[in-house]
Ligand binder design. Structure first.
Ligand code: BTN
Length: 243
């Protein structure tokens, strides 16, 4: 098949483990029941309940001449597709790459995506790391968190979830490789939590900017409409402005 799945009881991080396997073919997957040093974006930790989460990483390659812009958003589209097919309701996307669940108290984080790219003459290697809460984790978190049991009645079995996600990933990555993120942009925006809504953008080392979120462009940059015009945002943390 297109995937070669290595299931481990434990490792430091499925992404670190995969990246140590120099020369591993595209389609290599490492999935672990437990991670001792799960990594999130922007140097953050990724903590997950081993009994109630799915953590895995997939290696993919893009040939030279295929810019990787928008790849992590494309992965978000794959997660949205897979979860929707499993019957999940209320799943939506947050730029650049969180998967949220809409609920009574607002949005809560259901899954995180960490895409690590390395490029050379031959093209780009992407290590795509995904962590999903199957059940709502207990404890204190910087932002509200949710588990899939809130989106799918009866929950979902971990390996069925992995299979559904890998199926959607291969579809989306094939589309991305041939036509780029442009071909997935509309689907991303349909799932976007804050499409055409007022947002506040907190960017590294910069002040706060406010505007109406107009979705993303064909490279995956966020479009923020402000009094000064439409700005393209390439990186940052997005948070919803209080109404
Ligand atoms: C984020 O929300 O900041 C991204 C979180 C990504 C977590 C996953 S879990 C599997 C893979 N291995 C890691 O160490 N991180 C990713």
């Amino acid at each position: 098949g297109r995937f070669d799945v290595d299931a481990l009881d434990a490792c430091d991080s499925t992404s670190s483990e995969l990246l140590r396997r120099v020369g591993a073919p595209a389609g290599s997957v490492v999935v672990a029941d437990r991670q001792s040093a799960g990594r999130g974006r922007r140097g953050r930790q990724w903590l997950s309940d081993p009994a109630a989460s799915l953590t895995f990483s997939l290696l993919w390659r893009l040939p030279a001449g295929h810019p990787p812009g928008g790849l992590s958003l494309a992965v978000g589209v794959a997660l949205l597709r897979a979860l929707t097919r499993l019957g999940a309701a209320g799943v939506c996307l947050k730029w650049p790459n969180d998967v949220l669940l809409a609920g009574d108290g607002g949005f809560a984080k259901l899954a995180g995506i960490l895409v690590e790219l390395t490029s050379d003459r031959r093209g780009t290697q992407a290590c795509i790391g995904i962590g999903i809460n199957l059940a709502t984790p207990a404890g204190e978190f910087a932002q509200p968190v949710a588990g899939l049991e809130r989106a799918i009645a009866g929950g979902v079995e971990r390996h069925a979830l992995l299979a559904a996600i890998l199926t959607a990933l291969v579809e989306v990555l094939d589309t991305f490789t041939v036509d780029g993120f442009a071909a997935l942009k509309t689907e991303w925006e349909r799932g976007h939590a804050w499409q055409d809504r007022p947002v506040r953008l907190l960017a590294d080392g910069e002040g706060e900017r406010s505007g109406i979120c107009r979705g993303v462009d064909a490279d995956g940059a966020l479009l923020l409409a402000t009094a000064a015009g439409v700005e393209r945002i390439l990186a940052g943390d997005l948070s919803l402005r209080a109404a």
